[in-house]
Design a protein around this ligand. Structure first.
Ligand SMILES: C[S@@+](CC[C@H](N)C(=O)[O-])C[C@H]1O[C@@H](n2cnc3c(N)ncnc32)[C@H](O)[C@@H]1O
Length: 230
């Protein structure tokens, strides 16, 4: 798919400053968001988690800290390579396995993960329903999906947030990285499903007990759902 190839090359290009800009542009909130995601994905026992769109593995690291065994999947080899290096540098024997693959076609058998997480990745999969169905396939019965994704706040914060996202973020990015990638960030957030549409999508893909948890003035949502245990 041409679109997926373009996204892959964009992430390959911005990898060098990706983490730095994440922390800067989110005012350090990104650590808190991923920690919350990990708390919902891993709750006791041995948990084998597929972290889809794992990127430079900050999301995988949050899961490892909770004691999970993590398989990190991404289409960008450069992002994965950086992530894998970071993890192995901190903890040589961390249970982290990096796999280059697309979310549309996961190279795993049915029902082999206790949970699948996806932090800020699902928005890049434009055939979102196919990607969610593929996630459903690899989750064990009774297992969880945990998605972290940006959203545009309503009400008072909407205008200042849009100004920040569409003007200030691309400007800061032009100083440190590739401006167009961060313009894409803004337009992809605006064009993506609204929280209630994501809930509907998860329901349509057979997930149950779905919760949408707003974080940081509703600029980020955590979506949690369960695969039927029967
Ligand atoms: C914004 S980054 C998120 C990385 C990481 N999860 C985090 O929390 O920082 C999005 C990642 O999604 C990956 N990605 C985009 N489309 C994908 C696809 N179809 N399959 C797998 N990964 C994909 C990109 O390569 C990129 O590393």
């Amino acid at each position: 798919m041409k679109e997926t190839q373009q996204i892959k090359s964009m992430f390959d290009r911005i990898v060098g400053r990706y983490d730095f800009l994440n922390h800067l542009l989110s005012f350090g909130q990104d650590f808190f968001w991923r920690k919350k995601m990990a708390e919902h994905a891993v709750n006791g026992g041995t948990t084998i988690v597929l972290d889809l769109a794992t990127g430079t593995a900050d999301s995988a690291r949050a899961l490892l800290k909770r004691g999970a065994k993590v398989v990190g999947v991404d289409i960008s080899f450069e992002m994965l390579r950086t992530g894998n290096k970071k993890i192995k540098k901190k903890k040589r024997n961390a249970f982290f396995s990096a796999v280059v693959a697309s979310g549309y076609r996961l190279p795993f058998r049915d029902e082999c993960f206790d949970a699948v997480t996806c932090a800020f990745g699902i928005r890049n999969m434009h055939e979102t329903e196919s990607a969610v169905k593929e996630i459903y396939r690899v989750i064990k019965k009774g297992g969880r999906i945990v998605i972290l994704e940006f959203s545009i706040p309503d009400g008072f914060f909407r205008k200042p947030y849009l100004l920040y996202l569409k003007k200030i973020v691309p400007f800061i990015a032009s100083v440190f990285s590739v401006r167009s990638a961060y313009e894409y960030l803004g337009s992809s957030i605006e064009g993506f499903y609204k929280p209630r549409e994501i809930i509907k999508l998860l329901e349509n893909c057979s997930f149950r007990n779905i919760k949408a948890i707003p974080l940081s003035f509703r600029s980020v949502y955590l979506y949690v759902g369960k695969k039927n245990p029967l």
